[in-house]
Design a protein around this ligand. Structure first.
Ligand code: SAH
Length: 433
């Protein structure tokens, strides 16, 4: 759970600590040598990130306390569903009752939900997902940052605007110093506690260079680092883990091997899955998911995608629309409707109400300006802000007109804080805001 309100260590049991946040207790894995019961810490993604002084912690807690409980109340109010069940279709009522009673749904019932067309039924479905999110996750929302360090890519995904064969794109590769400074600034100046470093499949950095960058960031800033550099050998993943990376963001894109082959020339789904499994074995937190709206993708495929994401993902699930870049072979593919993605977010919540962290992606926001709010009210509990330097951000053009591609970090933070407050969520990842 991504609380970055400081918590107090209540108990230490070997590598695990119990942390108390305003009465709620969470477990986190501790890698700090000198942690003691009574210390205040920041934790992120299940890891203790940083110890902070009692004075600083109590100061932050005092400013949060009142607001935290106010936000909690608002969240609980917004996530109530009971009254609206009157007059709804019986089968839907039965399914929603079953899921709120903590029972597993059948495949056929999930498909029924994916097929819903009537607007009030869809709204009730989303609201029920929001209710479950609230029940198991309270009002915490993870706010991670992503730094796109290079748009060089050796792959040719049939939808992607930074694919090797897309010509006319100015390519960039941030230097070691630029990456380190951008990451340290995101943590020190803006308060991020978790960052993703992402690039195309760029052979321009060696694993040793990436490990050096990760090590230096970890020395200079207390942060949970995710890597997203595409497919890597297990020993490279190990090297980056040893350097301090603790998460892997890598979508499998689709669970259907035929579709995968069609849109990733020369690549096989099983190889990509192996990388994700290797990383999980090494102890990485996994963020994975897929694309909705791929050619030939059926609702059975989509349900399989959701099951696969749940099976693979220990930390976070990420699904978004495929927005084909105009200079790619899939340029003519129609965009999926917003509801198709919201349904997937809500189903991810239904399938694993307790554990799933579900992100509202930039892709969804790009096809629908209000999607962040809608996604957070349909079961999602996480967002990612883009902290890539503005001069490079536009060049990471996986699809055109990406949401937030010209907004400063400060503007993105102000927007998310205001949105989260309006729906009763605690932007607990931005402890210094
Ligand atoms: N090289 C890394 C990062 C790739 S870009 C890797 O392979 O994991 C990150 C994600 O952006 C991809 O996994 C894909 O799901 C998504 N993406 C790329 N092009 C896209 C497009 N045109 N529309 C929507 N999502 C896209």
């Amino acid at each position: 759970m991504c609380y970055a309100i400081p918590g107090k260590v209540e108990a230490i049991d070997d590598k695990f600590v119990t942390v108390n946040y305003f009465g709620e207790r969470k477990k986190a894995l501790n890698e700090l040598a000198d942690l003691a019961v009574g210390d205040y810490i920041y934790a992120q993604g299940g890891f203790v990130i940083e110890k902070i002084s009692p004075l600083e912690a109590e100061d932050i807690l005092a400013t949060w306390r009142e607001l935290f409980f106010e936000l909690q109340d608002l969240d609980v109010r917004l996530s109530r569903v009971e009254l609206e069940k009157q007059g709804m279709d019986q089968k839907l009522g039965h399914i929603l009752d079953k899921v709120t009673a903590g029972k597993d749904l059948s495949r056929e019932e999930y498909i029924y939900l994916l097929d819903l067309e009537d607007n009030s039924s869809k709204q009730l479905f989303y609201k029920t997902a929001n209710f479950l999110r609230q029940r198991y996750h309270g009002n915490a929302c993870c706010v991670h940052g992503i730094i796109e360090i290079s748009n060089y890519c050796g792959s040719n995904c049939a939808y992607c605007g930074i694919a090797e064969t897309v010509s006319g794109l100015q390519r960039y590769r941030m230097s070691r110093q630029e990456i380190i400074e951008t990451a340290v600034e995101a943590v020190e100046k803006y308060g991020f506690k978790a960052l993703v470093l992402q690039s195309g499949e760029d052979k321009g950095y060696t694993a040793g260079e990436l490990a050096g960058i990760i090590k230096e960031i970890k020395v200079r800033a207390a942060v949970l680092l995710f890597i997203s550099f595409g497919e890597m050998e297990k020993q490279e993943l190990q090297e980056l883990y040893n350097a301090g990376a603790r998460g892997l963001l890598m979508r499998f894109e689709t669970s259907n091997p035929q579709i995968y082959r069609q849109i990733h020339p020369g690549a096989e789904l099983k190889d990509r899955l192996q990388v994700i499994r290797n990383a999980a074995e090494l102890g990485y937190l996994i963020v994975t998911g897929g694309l909705i709206g791929l050619p030939g993708q059926t609702r059975d495929d989509i349900l399989n995608d959701i099951y696969l994401a749940q099976e693979l993902s220990s930390e976070m699930i990420s699904f978004g629309p495929c927005i084909p870049h105009p200079q790619t072979p899939l340029a003519q593919l129609p965009l999926p409707p917003e509801d198709n993605i919201l349904k997937v977010l809500a189903l991810c919540r239904f399938i694993d109400p307790e554990k799933a962290n579900i992100v509202v992606t930039t892709g969804l926001e790009t096809i629908s300006p209000n999607a962040r709010r809608k996604g957070l009210l349909a079961g999602a509990n996480s967002v990612m802000l883009n902290v890539t330097p503005l001069e490079y951000r536009k060049l990471y053009s996986i699809y055109p007109n990406r949401a937030h591609e010209s907004e400063t970090i400060a503007k993105q933070i102000a927007e998310i804080v205001s949105l989260l407050k309006s729906i009763g969520r605690a932007p607990t990842d931005l402890g210094r805001v």
